[in-house]
Design a protein around this ligand. Structure first.
Ligand code: 5AD
Ligand code: SF4
Length: 475
């Protein structure tokens, strides 16, 4: 099978690097070098950074939170919207003085932004102190490229124009201990007219089921309780492999893995939300009752020009079906305002569907023109002020509904998988409900990694507060 052959070739390429790894290890261990990675963008990028970190630990680096202590600073970039790109340029520019203070510092930039035409050349000429630039398709070659950058006084650049095969055996240094990201497929075939992802991440490539299942078995063996399956479009998993083994089959197999207690996934495209998947979500006890189903817009005219391949009626029909089969389902979504040609009436249709679906939460975005996409070439761009005004009105509705839905939790007992200590308050634990609500609670740190029954005592738009009703060890 051609996919299999390509996979083993690329995995071999990764294994071949082991010969360089010893060389690097000797140089890095001796000096006790430290790295700092800055990640922009989505969960796929967050997990890619875990793989970059995994490769760095393999060759002897250790992590530091303090950029000034770092011997290697790596930016893993995103280009989905312009503001992420501007932040990268600002933050890279600010490192010039670091490099002057420490000429041995290595500065690297990788990720989606580097896959765009001319970006690497622009960085090379504007920020000549950058040592290493590489893209998304050759992430597994990072140790080798780093070695080249260490030995060169010029910027090392390696960007591959087309995606290679799926590469296995890249180690990940996971940031969390209870819940793990697992990429199940790469790329996207959908070409929504505003979106740059298919150009920078390539076509859909599913990992082989055995590779995914063995990774999750291994995670369970290491004590992970939850996996979140990642892909730009997870519910088209397997279609490229022609193995007749699709996303719902994968969910059923993961549901059987001992030790894993919760399974999440994102993102799903409405056009690929099959009846089998809805049924599987209802029947598999470990599959969380949460569905992230981006709608993007509520007007059929805009959905058509976005190339989303469904109508608002199709979308409402799907939501009705999901709610009928899984009444407790939490629905979340992505919405863009100010797509070219969007009128006030189109926008009101978006507000209308938000009121109708009553999302638990939504990521809302100002449309950002992306070079090379069909929407960017349109002449009927919406003025920034109008976009911002629509975003404010949309956020008001989204936040009000989120709060109303969260207030309904007060007084209820819910099962929370406790994931760790809260980022903001060290005396507070944090976890999530099956329906993906963040719950902050007071409790002993031995609850971490366990599912506790928690009584909800307070609610905000973005989180709930609670107290332990039944300690995990009494369940
Ligand atoms: N402008 C604004 N938002 C965008 N997204 C993707 N491309 C753009 C763009 N050009 C949003 C979509 C997608 C989410 C990950 O980012 O809502 O679902
Ligand atoms: Fe972009 Fe559309 Fe693919 Fe999502 S489905 S990554 S919005 S092209």
């Amino acid at each position: 099978m051609s996919n299999r052959r390509k996979d083993s070739v690329s995995s071999l390429e990764r294994l071949e690097q082991i010969q360089y790894i010893d060389n690097l290890k000797n140089r890095i261990f001796k000096k006790g070098l430290k790295y700092h990675i800055v990640t922009y963008g989505c969960q796929m990028n967050v997990h890619d950074s875990e793989k970059l970190a995994g490769m760095l630990h393999e060759i002897g680096y250790t992590q530091t939170d303090d950029q000034r202590q770092a011997d290697l600073i790596l930016f893993n970039t995103c280009c989905v919207r312009e503001n992420a790109e501007l932040r990268v340029y600002g933050n890279v520019g600010a490192l010039k003085s670091f490099k002057q203070a420490n000429p041995n510092l290595i500065i690297g930039i990788c990720g989606c932004m580097m896959q765009q035409n001319d970006v690497s050349e622009y960085i090379k000429s504007t920020f000549p102190f950058v040592d290493l630039i590489f893209g998304t398709h050759n992430l597994h070659r990072f140790p080798l490229l780093l070695l080249q950058a260490m030995d060169s006084n010029q910027t090392v650049i390696e960007i591959l124009d087309t995606e290679g095969a799926v590469v296995e055996h890249v180690p990940a240094k996971r940031a969390k201990e209870v819940s793990a990201w697992v990429t199940i497929m790469y790329g996207c075939n959908n070409f929504c007219s505003y979106c740059i992802v298919p150009y920078v991440r390539g076509r859909e490539r599913s990992r082989l089921k055995d590779d995914i299942l063995s990774e999750i078995h291994e995670l369970a063996g290491r004590g992970y309780k939850e996996v979140t399956l990642l892909g730009q479009n997870v519910n088209s998993y397997g279609k490229d492999l022609n193995h007749k083994y699709l996303f719902h089959n994968l969910l059923r197999d993961i549901n059987e893995i001992n030790g894993i207690q919760r399974i999440r996934f994102m993102t799903s495209h409405p056009k690929d939300l099959s009846d089998e998947l809805i049924q599987t979500m209802a029947e598999c006890d470990k599959v969380c009752k949460h569905l992230h189903l981006p709608i993007q817009a509520g007007s059929n005219r805009i959905l058509h020009s976005m190339n989303r391949k469904y109508t608002r009626e199709d979308y409402s029909g799907l939501v009705g079906k999901v709610k009928a089969v899984i009444p407790e389902i939490a629905l979340t979504t992505d919405i863009i305002v100010g797509f070219p040609g969007e009128t006030e009436n189109d926008f009101l249709e978006t507000l209308e569907i938000v009121e109708q679906v009553r999302y638990d939460s939504a990521f809302t975005f100002l449309y950002s023109p992306r070079k090379g996409t069909p929407a960017e070439k349109r002449k009927d761009q919406i003025p920034q002020d109008a976009k911002k005004d629509r975003l404010l009105r949309l956020n008001d509705a989204v936040n009000r509904i989120s709060l109303e839905k969260n207030l309904a939790y007060i007084g209820r007992n819910v099962e929370v998988l406790v994931e760790g200590v809260s980022k903001n308050r060290t005396d507070v634990l944090t976890g999530r409900t099956d329906t993906n609500k963040t719950v902050n609670l007071k409790g002993d740190s031995d609850l971490i990694g366990k599912i506790a029954t928690v009584e909800i005592t307070n609610a905000h738009s973005w989180s709930l507060e609670g107290r332990v009703a039944v300690p995990a060890d009494l369940l």
